[in-house]
Design a binder for this molecule. Structure first.
Ligand SMILES: *Cc1c(COP(=O)(O)O)cnc(C)c1O
Length: 842
């Protein structure tokens, strides 16, 4: 499909496979071809990590030289042949599931993807997670495709001036330099689709390759478009609400249309955050046309195949748009759905509370169009149930239909080459291609010496990187004489000194300055002559976030202290390359978010495989991972006032426990206690907090059942789907008529007997479930006890006596009967949230 640069035939033959390798983002974890890019252009490769750019830049003369170099060609041939062969390998999905799983394709929609610095279309955690999801899907050979946007300028780049002020820069990428290629149809024509927003807009489609996974990227920078529209995909998270809405229309509506144009019909669509929520409308619209259905039915059917993953721990985090904006941009679209504008807008609202919530909430739309919702850690699942509970009035918090799957990271991307070598020796090469049950046991055999050597190598690499970055920065300061610059670079850091890292988005809730609460105390920790510590800080603050930028400045000012200069550095422009050196090199990774505002956090997971340890707030993933054997915890409160005491705990941990452990060497020079921590953390946590485990969980808990249910609904010309829609409608119309008479709760010896007479009107007994709800007993969850239908009430239409007898070992007032809708193929309460509680005479 692609001819990257026009190699003359002879060259193309000798260098066969080179463009293919350069275009596959697997270069971000498979380092087999690194030596090749190094040979082509060492500097450019080191600085950009973009093989495609390297290949484009290398002169024909150099390429011809290499084509005549036998060793080079032999090496290339073997890499290419292994690469091609690996693409057809069967792995976890084929071995474990394909025979039984009835699904063909998952489509994963995300506003950002962090795959490699060579393709800068991400801003932070959300994008990295999406990138790692695709990579692990490739490892497991899951039939999945990605859908996203191609931004010309990506997210802003950061520089910091002499005074510590953040400067936001927007260098533009030349699409030709990015490892993507246009998607072409059979006639060789570039695939473009049209959207109406409401003016006509052309959308171009690109493709990135991640091993066996394809990622389709949309952009509007087509010269045929109006300049305003060409700029829709200029920046990620730039501009105002209008700009954001057009991007989301592009992702959701445009994204689905691209799949259709390519003939791809996914069973399951995975919405990575609410940005892609409009997809649920377009998927329904498409279905409506195909089966000649009304919109409501089409949505009731297709939502069975949509999964919504929420990443936000606070309500304010959701994208909301004013009804005026929705009217302007989607008014015409409502017509194409054959629904009123009001109906469309109500899909983005809480139907039980339209007065307080006039705006259009993308998370609500996603919920109204999905069959399952999940948060990204256990704690975040709880928080999300609370956030979304207003959509399910009458339902206990625990039954709000939000599950969780804890995030994981793509381990091969984040491990150092030394760590990879060690893991490969102990656990084999294909350890991430399957379920890895006994990885921990296998890795546990690693010796203290091996661990400590690994740490030294990893740390040394980070120290070299930090020095080269510092040298680059000093080179811009020509007032300093060359000799002094070199001297300063050499004095910075020491490869045998304990190295602490803190890098993330500078947002106030992440409290990036907790460690800086008492600058003198921190300075004393860093410069303790017996047990010195060196510190790397990095992170961007959103250009509109002034408080976040002030935190950067505070760190910068701290680092100007002469006694600190050799021990601490602020690396500007935090990106995947910086992150890689950091998570590989640090001995300790610190994370201090204000609980429970960190939905999950993933950077700390990236240190695990490399032998870095974590000191973190018991929030997000660390609340699940922490035990006293694997690291250290701050157990914080939500209250801002607690910050100073939190800082005290942080300092005490460092001064009294962590740093002394690191320097407690035995006669052989090895800190046994520290190494034991590393072994426990590496072996037990690495497999679990991997994207491998995460993607398998998504597949088993969501993709498989959703696909099965969706396919069940559409079978036989949408038979079940239509029936479900009619059922839901009937329940909604007739629910209010249900009533209860004669509820009785009585004690009979040592049992309680509950009974009630239920009049269902036009509904039937099979449409409802009558159950006894018990309040949660100490530490336990609530219980539901089914009430049995005893008999029909004489002379009543659909009137029945229900009863239940239970042991009387709690107060009788702990139990309340309730009635809820019941359908074997319907997700209750997500799809029908009605419920009636029975008031007991007391
Ligand atoms: C992993 C990563 C993140 C996300 O880290 P958090 O722990 O969620 O803050 C952000 N940016 C980069 C460059 C990363 O590699």
């Amino acid at each position: 499909m692609t001819t990257p640069r026009n190699f003359p035939d002879q060259l193309a033959e000798k260098l066969d496979g080179l463009p293919e390798l350069a275009l596959d983002c697997n270069f971000s974890w498979s380092h087999r071809a690194d030596a090749i890019w190094q040979e082509l252009d060492a500097d450019l490769w080191q600085q950009t990590r973009n093989p495609w750019l390297v290949l484009q830049t290398t002169s024909s003369k150099r390429l011809e030289e290499l084509a005549d170099n036998e060793t080079f060609c032999k090496n290339l041939k073997s890499i290419v042949s292994d690469y091609r062969q690996s693409l057809s390998e069967e792995r976890w999905f084929q071995h474990e599931l394909q025979a039984t799983a009835k699904f063909k394709q998952v489509a994963y929609f995300s506003m950002e993807f962090g795959l490699s610095e060579a393709l800068p279309i991400y801003s932070g955690g959300l994008g990295l997670l999406a990138g790692d999801h695709l990579k692990a899907s490739n490892d497991l050979r899951l039939p999945l495709i990605g859908v996203g946007l191609l931004y010309q300028n990506g997210y802003f780049r950061q520089a910091i001036d002499q005074d510590g002020n953040q400067i936001a820069l927007y260098p533009s990428s030349d699409t030709g330099d990015l490892p993507v290629c246009p998607v072409r149809n059979e006639e060789g024509e570039w695939l473009r689709i049209q959207l109406y927003t409401p003016s006509r807009l052309w959308v171009r489609v690109w493709q990135a390759q991640i091993g066996s996974i394809k990622l389709y990227l949309l952009d509007t920078n087509d010269p045929i478009n109006h300049p305003v529209e060409r700029c829709i995909t200029t920046e990620l998270y730039g501009g105002g609400p209008e700009h954001r809405l057009t991007q989301e229309i592009l992702l959701g509506i445009g994204g689905w249309r691209v799949l259709r144009a390519l003939g791809i019909k996914p069973d399951v669509c995975h919405l990575n955050e609410g940005h892609a929520a409009l997809l649920v409308l377009e998927r329904a619209r498409d279905f409506m046309e195909e089966f000649h259905l009304d919109f409501e039915t089409a949505l009731a059917v297709t939502r069975a195949g949509n999964l919504f993953t929420t990443h936000t721990p606070v309500e304010a985090g959701f994208d909301r748009f004013s009804p005026e904006l929705i009217t302007r941009y989607l008014g015409h679209y409502a017509q194409s759905l054959n629904i009123s504008l009001e109906t469309l807008i109500n899909l983005g609202r809480n139907p039980y509370d339209t007065a307080n919530e006039p705006s259009f909430n993308m998370a609500y739309l996603a919920i109204h169009g999905s069959a399952a919702i999940n948060g990204v850690s256990r704690l975040h699942g709880e928080v999300s149930r609370r956030i979304f509970s207003p959509l399910f009035p009458g339902w206990p918090l625990q039954e709000v239909p939000v599950g969780h799957i804890t995030n994981g990271v793509h381990v091969p991307t984040w491990d150092s080459m030394y760590a990879d070598e060690l893991w490969t020796n102990l656990c084999g090469k294909s350890r991430w291609y399957c379920e890895h049950e006994n990885l921990a046991e296998k890795f546990d055999r690693v010796s203290d010496e091996q661990i400590w050597t690994l740490r030294a190598k990893n740390r040394k690499r980070l120290v070299d990187y930090v020095r080269s970055e510092y040298a680059r920065e000093l080179n811009t300061q020509s007032m300093i004489p060359e000799a002094e610059r070199q001297d300063r670079v050499l004095r910075l850091f020491d490869p045998n000194v304990m190295t602490i890292g803190f890098a993330r988005r500078f947002a106030t809730y992440k409290r990036p300055n907790l460690l800086l609460t008492d600058p003198d105390r921190l300075a004393a920790i860093l410069t303790n002559p017996a047990r010195p510590v060196q510190l790397v800080i990095s992170g961007k603050a959103h250009p509109a976030d002034q408080p976040g930028q002030a935190l950067i400045k505070a760190w910068y000012q701290f680092m100007l202290r002469p006694e600190i200069r050799e021990r601490a550095i602020y690396l500007s422009d935090y990106d995947m390359i910086t992150a890689e050196y950091l998570v590989q090199g640090v001995d300790l990774w610190i994370n201090t978010p204000r609980r429970p505002w960190e939905a999950c956090g993933t950077s700390g997971m990236k240190t695990l495989v490399n032998g870095g340890l974590n000191l973190s707030e018991l929030d997000g993933w660390w609340a699940e991972a922490y035990t006293p054997e694997v690291g250290w915890a701050l157990n914080g409160l939500e209250d801002e006032l607690a910050d100073p005491s939190q800082a005290e705990i942080l300092y005490q941990h460092l001064e009294n426990t962590i740093i002394p452990h690191f320097y407690d060497h035995d006669p052989a020079g090895i800190p046994r206690c520290w190494v034991n921590f590393i072994r426990a953390s590496m072996s037990t946590l690495t497999p679990y907090f991997s994207a491998n485990r995460m993607v398998r969980e998504y597949t088993e808990h969501y993709y498989l059942p959703l696909a099965a249910n969706y396919n069940k609904r559409i079978a036989d010309n949408v038979k079940l789907g239509k029936a479900i829609q009619l059922w839901q409608k009937r329940i909604k119309e007739l629910w209010a008529k249900i009533h209860v008479e004669n509820p009785v709760a009585e004690q009979i010896e040592n049992t309680y007997r509950f009974s009630l007479m239920l009049y269902l009107g036009d509904l039937e007994a099979k449409d409802v479930c009558v159950e006894l709800f018990s309040e949660p007993a100490e530490q336990k969850s609530f219980e539901l006890i089914p009430m049995q239908m005893e008999r029909a009430i004489p002379g009543a239409v659909n009137g029945y006596l229900y009863s239940a007898v239970i042991a009387a070992n709690r107060p009788i007032s702990d139990y309340t009967p309730r009635i809820r809708p019941n359908h074997p193929d319907c997700n209750i309460p997500l799809e029908t949230g009605l419920i009636q509680w029975v008031k007991m005479p007391r």
